[in-house]
Design a protein around this ligand. Sequence first.
Ligand code: ADP
Ligand code: MG
Length: 424
Amino acid sequence: MSLAKQMILQIFFTLIPMVVFSIYYRDKLRNYSKRFIFVTSSICLLLSMTFAASVVDGLIFDIRYVILFFGLVYGGLQTGILLMIEFALYRAYIGGQGAWVAMLIQAIVFSLSLYISKLYNASYRKNMVTFFASIVFSLIPLTLTYYFFPSYVMEHLTFHIIFIPVQTSLGIWLLMTLFSKSVADKEIYIRHVQNEKVKTMSHVAASLAHEVRNPLTAVKGFLKLIQEDKQDLVKLEQYIDICLDEVQRTESILSEYLSISKPLTQKHEPLDLSAQLISIRDVMSPFANMHNVLLQVQTPNIPVMIWANPDEIKQVLVNFVKNAIEACADVQHGAVLLKLVKKENEAVLVIKDNGVGMNAEQINRLGSIYFSTKSSGTGLGLTYSYQVIHAIGGTVSVYSKPQMGTVFTITFPGMAEKEAGSSW
Ligand code: ADP
Ligand code: MG
């Protein structure tokens, strides 16, 4: 293989962490883990050493310093040490006259990498640190190789003073900048989704505050009646019952609201979709009333179990219902219907509204990030919701006609009864 081809191959390996990150974390609302860094760096290291550039048998040159540096920066010391062990074992296995020198060089470069990785993490000028690292990772191996094999280095001078430093510098620059860019994009997205959640819930809260006033007024009225007429015990008991009902209803709406607006967690568990829909109806009814929209929920009278994260599912349902209510806000007799059907292996939720509807172009763009037709919309509600649904193996389909309304059909993979029972 020509040297240029070998170099292109090595550079190609530096793209692996970024590419795998984009694919694996696409539907996830969290950033990379140390395990992910270790696995991708390990694969990179093995590939890079297997297809290393070499002009003489037994002496190989690859981007190992770059990969170990990457492992240290993103995975910490533990990942770095594990990669170091992997390198030593594999280099010993490959063998050849350069094996022991390679290990010595690697040990020295590794201790310097420890320092540079700390510098990288603490510094605002990451490009400068990356540049500094590329000089260190080029000069130290060159000097030491020359010290042990002077005549060999002099014979292949261009290879050592141009080819290897260019390969190392390009490799480190690509690996560090591309990966940090992907990670930063993911962080921005996670922050946006969290802000969107706060925004959505604050809209709902505004209508809720309004709704809570009604039962309070009723309770106040009945308490006044009780105060005025303490003699009639039968009536007294009736009034107290009404008051208790009102207070209980308000309390349950408020606690549902609080459970939806709390921060997202990661846990998945068996979840009764039927019960979730009822609580979503309680929380979203005030919002529907405020927009003069009728909100109805039809659920089977049996639990419909799915395996999911309750916080995420509640948020997804709020997003769909809120959109449907907003779509009906300016139509007469606006109505939103949520219908849940239990099928053999799945639960099917239909969310139907008679609102403004969408044209073909809008339907096509549904779910893509930042797509919104509202003046104060964020276009993140559906992006997030689609991700959550796809991540648990569900599907979303949509049928819509302008000025007629929209029907979203969401399927959730069901849980077998036995499975659901045994998990509790
Ligand atoms: P936002 O609500 O902030 O605009 P979403 O991601 O929730 O963002 O929705 C994106 C867009 O999809 C909305 O702006 C709207 O144009 C369209 N949309 C979603 N649901 C409906 C619906 N039920 N009826 C009509 N249009 C809808
Ligand atoms: Mg929305």
